[in-house]
Design a protein around this ligand. Structure first.
Ligand SMILES: [Zn+2]
Length: 399
């Protein structure tokens, strides 16, 4: 009781964003909301609606959206972080902060596999996963939330290992297939043990990414039955078309499309999911850092690419990178609704894009310009240093 009374005596941080021109919900069932105002208290959304119907008084931060578009912060479902904001894959520092300027506010590790000297023994891989989970929980470059601590399964693991990992706070596996377990039967057993203890799994799909990794084909993916069919469009080498279609049709699991994959296969996977009326299963990632570098605008580029070439509306393409991922990955962001974290990206048509609206510009294949990024109710970035300049940018009118 004493704790409750103490917190009530502190004035709450109250964020009001008004004059929103277009509000994208992240919810694929209802991607555009009829609303112009969002209110958040202590980092959580409390109200979404029309300004005339909401209590917008006593804001501690007030933002005039200037008629721009507000969407949930983008989620990158597939990254390979290593140590803080440094990646040894291309020896870059500050890569996560650069993704923030591409609208990414949350990332999901598919394994800290680029760690120099990555341990392959069971005790070592468990220790590394727990360390990564702890370190990235405590370190948020630019405010970006990194869900990490994703062990890669190896032969010799037993059920007790998954129980230990879950008890220590590990919530997901790194890409199945990047370690010594490459056969369907063993993968299926370990994925099931992980699931039993609440640990989500992702499987590598397609040809080897780099020398030393190997092919994971449709039969292994179906046998393993991981929760997420990682990079169904290859990372980068994709499976043959008939195998991609078979995975969409025969597995009920999430279909992850990545920037660092085969783009033709990405279009095939998306079109197949749409024909099956299962666009809710599609989530987006970059699969970076990688051999092709880091891609601060990778998720935005995926949204524009899929929207312009696969005939999916821009507002639905945004859902693939926000609400879909949040629901499948059990994250508290990604949707504009009361109770979710107040984590937003504010975009507008890029200067001189021929599209009449921001949505039309995306459907033409242009990138939107980012004017502001807000994480947990706090302004994390203003005009992006990485996107083409937004025509209009929001303004902080009170702080
Ligand atoms: Zn992979």
């Amino acid at each position: 009781m004493a704790q409750g009374q103490a917190s009530e005596s502190v004035a709450p941080a109250r964020l009001v964003i008004h004059n929103i021109g277009l509000l994208l919900s992240g919810d694929i069932g209802n991607p555009i909301l009829d609303a112009d105002t969002v209110v958040a208290v202590n980092g959580k959304i409390t109200a979404v609606g029309k300004v005339k119907n909401l209590d917008t008084a006593s804001a501690t931060i007030r933002i005039d959206a200037k008629g721009t578009t507000l969407a949930p912060g983008l989620i990158d479902s597939h990254v390979h972080p290593v140590a803080g904001d440094w990646t040894p894959r291309q020896n870059q520092i500050g890569w996560i902060d650069s993704y923030l300027h591409g609208g990414v506010t949350a990332m999901v590790s598919a394994g800290e596999v680029h760690t120099p000297g990555r341990p392959r023994d069971v005790v070592g891989l468990k220790a590394m996963a727990i360390f990564a989970q702890r370190a990235f929980s405590a370190f948020r470059p630019g405010g970006v939330r990194i869900h990490a601590g994703a062990p890669v399964i190896e032969h010799g693991m037993v059920e007790e290992d998954f129980k230990d990992l879950a008890a220590a706070g590990v919530t997901m596996l790194g890409e199945v297939g990047l370690g010594s377990v490459k056969d369907g039967a063993t993968a299926r057993q370990m994925v099931a043990w992980a699931r039993k203890y609440g640990i989500q799994s992702t499987i590598h799909t397609g040809g080897p990414s780099i020398p030393g990794s190997s092919l994971i084909d449709k039969d292994i993916v179906l046998a393993a039955d991981a929760d997420v069919i990682g990079h169904i469009n290859g990372g980068h080498t994709a499976l043959p078309d008939d195998q991609i279609v078979a995975l969409c049709e025969q597995s009920p699991r999430a279909l992850e499309i990545v920037h660092n994959g085969n783009e033709k296969a990405a279009l095939l996977a998306l079109r197949t999911a749409r024909e099956l009326k299962r666009l809710d299963r599609v989530i987006l990632g970059t699969d970076s850092p990688a051999g092709s570098g880091v891609q601060p605008l990778g998720i935005l580029r995926m949204i524009s690419m899929l929207s312009s070439l696969a005939g999916v509306s821009a507002e639905v393409a945004v859902c693939l990178a926000t609400g879909n991922t949040a629901r499948i990955r059990n994250l508290d962001c990604g949707l504009i609704e009361p109770g979710r974290v107040a984590t937003f990206v504010m975009i507008d048509k890029a200067q001189h894009s021929p599209g009449k609206t921001v949505l039309e510009s995306i459907q033409r294949g242009d990138l939107p310009g980012i004017g502001m990024v807000i994480i947990d109710g706090m302004v994390s970035a203003q005009r992006s240093r990485n996107t083409p300049p937004a025509t209009m940018v929001p303004e902080v009118v009170k702080q």
